[in-house]
Every structure is written in structure tokens, then in C-alpha cells.
Design a protein around this ligand. Sequence first.
Ligand SMILES: [Zn+2]
Length: 273
Amino acid sequence: MLKKFLRDAVNLIVGKQAEEIVDLLDTNNHINEFILAKKLDITINQTRNILYKMSDYGLVSSIRKKDKKKGWYTYFWKIEVLKSLEFVKSDIFKKINQLENQIQKRETKRFYICKRCNIELNEENALIHNFICRECGDVLMLKDNTKVVREMKKNLDKLKRDLDFVEEEIKKETEKIEKKKLKELKKEERARKRKLKMRRKRRKEKKTSKKTKTKIKKAKKKVKKPKIKKKKSPSSKKQRKKPRKKVSRKSRKKTLKKKVKTKRKSKKLKKYK
Ligand SMILES: [Zn+2]
């Protein structure tokens, strides 16, 4: 039933020769356009023309995939069920409106016919021609509309039933889409939570690894530094620097005094000489 309406939609847009494509296109999966062309037994360009016309009305959608070896893109098509149904719905709506208008006219206005030529005129035109047929000159007769109106009302009922069906399908399809969206949202939410959890876990791991590292560092410090403090660096510094300086100063002073003494001695010696 759904496919019948989809076929009607394609028939309205592209023409009867393209109806068959509806049976080949899927409502769930995208189908390779070359496969469609092959199955329809038409060229790829003819196939694309049909699909482009349909996509102008949103009845089909496509995705493209790149051929890794050849480097070109191949298009894959699928029926957009909701858009197609809405297209069909608006078409049925239009037909219902037209039919209701006609029924109203038939019920409120008079029509005249020539039974021989099967020509029908409304009251105004019949009056202009003095109720005489333009073709054969016979007298026009008042038409009994009851049969026509009954037929029209039957058609109207059928259209209304179709409309009900299409509206029901639209409802189902929107529910389906909403469910799908909700499912995707939930999936995204789950993925987001998983990411967060992983991030937290990683952060924790980093912290613990830092702690253990610092612990190791501290342990190293505790082991190494005391050794350095007590034995090597400070004591050696003190021993090297300060005592040497002191020694050197004292020695300098001593040597100076010695020098002076020797000078004096020499002077004294000179005097004696
Ligand atoms: Zn006539």
C-alpha cells in the first residue's frame, strides 16, 4: 500500500515510465545508482535524471562514496519515506478540494447537454446559445446531475480514505524517526559517559603515578642527600675554602713580618759595614 502511494508520487513527478524505480529503491538502505540503471535496463544518465527529479521534491536522498582505485564518486540512493508521504498527502488534498468544488457546483447549478453530441454547457452558456446545440442544432436538455454527483462522492470517499491511510503512515514514520533519533541520542550519551569515565580514570592514574613518582623522589632524596650533607659537600667546602684562606692570610702576614725583619737586619748590617 505504501509502495503504491510512492509509485503514485513518482508517477506525478517523473511519469509512468519511472514508477518501477520505486520497487528497486529501498526505504532503509542506499542503493548503487549503477545497479538501479542495470535493473531498470536504462542508461546511467536516464537513471540519474529520474533520481534528480525525485530528489528535487525530496522523495529520495543520496550519499556518495569514493572509489579508492579509480578516484571518482558513486552515488547511492534511498527513498525518503516521510517526504514522499507528505508529497502524496498534499496531492490527495488538492484532489479532494477540486472534487468538493465540483460536487458543490453540480448540486447548486444547472447544466444542459446535447444527447446526440454528448456536449455539456453550463446554464450561462446554454442561455447564450438559446438552448440549442452549436454542432447539430438539437435542443439542449437539462442534465440530471444525481448520477454524476453520486460518482463524484464515491471518488471523494476513496480519496478521504487514502488521506487517512497516508496520514496514519506519516504518523508511524515520524514516530519511527523520533525513536531512531532518541536511540542515537542515548547512544551518544552513553559514549559521552564512557569518555568521561575514561578521562577520570586516566586523571586518577596520572595522579597516582605522580604520587608514586614523588614518593620515589622523596625516597631518593632521603637516601642520597643525608650522605652528601654529612660527609661530602659541606665539610669539604669548609675544609677547602675557609681554612686555606686563613692559612694563607696568616702565612702572608708571617712572611711579611719575616721580610720586614730581614730588611731591618740587612739595614742594620749595612750600618755596621
Ligand atoms: Zn448536438
